[in-house]
Each structure stands twice: as structure tokens, then as C-alpha cells.
Design a protein around this ligand. Structure first.
Ligand code: TYD
Length: 208
């Protein structure tokens, strides 16, 4: 982990329960007296939240996959500059609900084979990985049912259907194989408190 703060991301397909887990971990670490910055992508800073609104609402074909990569990366750069880097610098634990792995998977394999563009942009303007990424793994049909039950206006990605969610899950699991030192796969099928206990165990082993 970083000499100063710590950077943890949660990843997973839509409806995996990662947002709940990010919140529960934040509460647990705060209970231990740590400063925790709980944040999310796309978004997490004022400018990035504006980009979030552009990219997650409207028709499925509102943006091309290439434009999406640029928008997500622009949002991430702002989030990193204004929120993540300063928090790590002062010794906080940053917990981000999604980070660069989401772009690698959603834009890199989910909708079009844009992984080289995603990787090159990441290298040029982001250049930072979390110390630890918790991949909450869930069966896509279960995830989609959970996400659908939630409703709301931000359903552009969920509207692409089960086939996409299956490709996304495979993409996330492949990333975990690519970066085994950073990405830990957590079974998301259990009750929230059971998944949270597993998350807490993994994090306790890494946080110093
Ligand atoms: P999120 O708010 O995490 O939704 P959920 O809680 O349903 O997982 O993310 C919103 C959507 O944005 C989600 O469908 C994934 C997508 N996304 C990308 O396609 N690329 C990215 O780089 C990020 C961060 C998110």
C-alpha cells in the first residue's frame, strides 16, 4: 500500500452490490478511527458529476463508444486531481465505487474492442492504480434483476441487456487474472453482511 494513504476500489457488474459494500467498508474503517473518503465513478468531484449526468442518461446511442472513453477518462482525471490524490496525500483511505477497471471492461470489452485506446489514455492522463481492488462477482441475471428493481434515470448501460452483462462479468474476471496482486475476487451472492465480512477480512490483511 502507499506509504501515506490507501486507495481501494470496488468493481463489478450492474447490481453486484458493490455500492453497498463500499459503504459498509467505509463505515467499518471510520469505526476504527480512520479518515475515509467514500467516493464514486463516474463522478466524485463537481465537474465529474456533471460528466456523469451526460454519460449515464439518454438513449443508448447517445455517445459512441470512443466518445464514452473520452468522457469517462475526463471525469476520472478531474476526480483524481481534486479528490483522490489530495486525500491519499493527507493519509486518508479512499474508497471508490468503480475506477479505471470499469472503463477497461465496459468500454474495453463490453461494447467495443477499445482496450488499446483505454490503456493508452490511462497511461497518458491517469497513471494511477488502486492499491487494492475488490471485485464483487455476481451472476449477471441476479445482478440485472437487482439493478432493475432499483429503477431510476441512470439505466443507459443496464438497457443493453443480459448478453452484455455476461461479457462484462467475464471481462472483470479476466482483469483479476491479469492483476492478481491488486484485484481480489469476492463472491457477491451471499447476504450483504456476509459479503461485508469477507471484504473486511481481505482489507484487514492489507491495511497497515
Ligand atoms: P454505477 O453508478 O456504479 O452503477 P451501478 O451501481 O448500477 O453499478 O455506474 C454507472 C454505470 O456506468 C455502470 O453501468 C457502469 C458504467 N461505467 C462505464 O461504462 N465506464 C466507466 O468507466 C465507469 C466508471 C462506469
Amino acid at each position: 500500500m502507499n506509504a501515506r494513504g490507501h486507495f481501494i476500489s470496488f468493481e463489478g457488474i450492474d447490481g453486484s452490490g458493490k455500492s453497498t459494500q463500499a459503504r459498509l467498508l467505509a463505515e467499518a474503517l471510520r469505526g476504527q478511527g480512520r479518515e475515509v473518503v467514500l467516493t464514486r465513478e463516474p463522478g466524485g468531484s463537481a465537474g465529474a458529476e456533471e460528466i456523469r449526468n451526460l454519460v449515464l442518461t439518454g438513449a443508448g446511442d447517445r455517445w459512441s463508444p470512443e466518445t464514452e472513453v473520452l468522457l469517462f477518462t475526463a471525469a476520472r482525471r478531474d476526480h483524481l486531481e481534486r479528490v483522490i490524490a489530495p486525500a491519499i496525500g493527507r493519509g486518508a483511505v479512499v474508497i471508490s465505487d468503480r475506477f479505471a477497471d470499469s472503463t477497461r471492461v465496459y468500454q474495453g470489452v463490453g461494447r467495443a474492442d477499445l482496450r488499446p485506446l483505454v490503456d493508452e489514455l490511462h497511461r497518458l492522463v491517469i497513471g494511477q492504480e488502486p492499491d487494492l481492488t475488490l471485485l464483487i462477482d455476481i451472476d449477471p441475471a441476479t445482478g440485472l434483476a437487482r439493478a432493475g428493481a432499483r429503477g431510476g434515470a441512470e439505466a443507459r448501460f443496464e438497457s443493453f441487456g443480459l448478453g452484455l452483462q455476461e461479457r462484462l462479468r467475464a471481462g472483470f474476471l479476466a482483469l483479476a487474472d491479469e492483476a492478481p496482486g491488486r484485484v481480489v475476487v469476492i463472491d457477491g451472492a451471499g447476504a450483504p453482511h456476509a459479503v461485508a465480512a469477507e471484504v473486511a477480512r481481505v482489507v484487514a490483511a492489507r491495511l497497515t
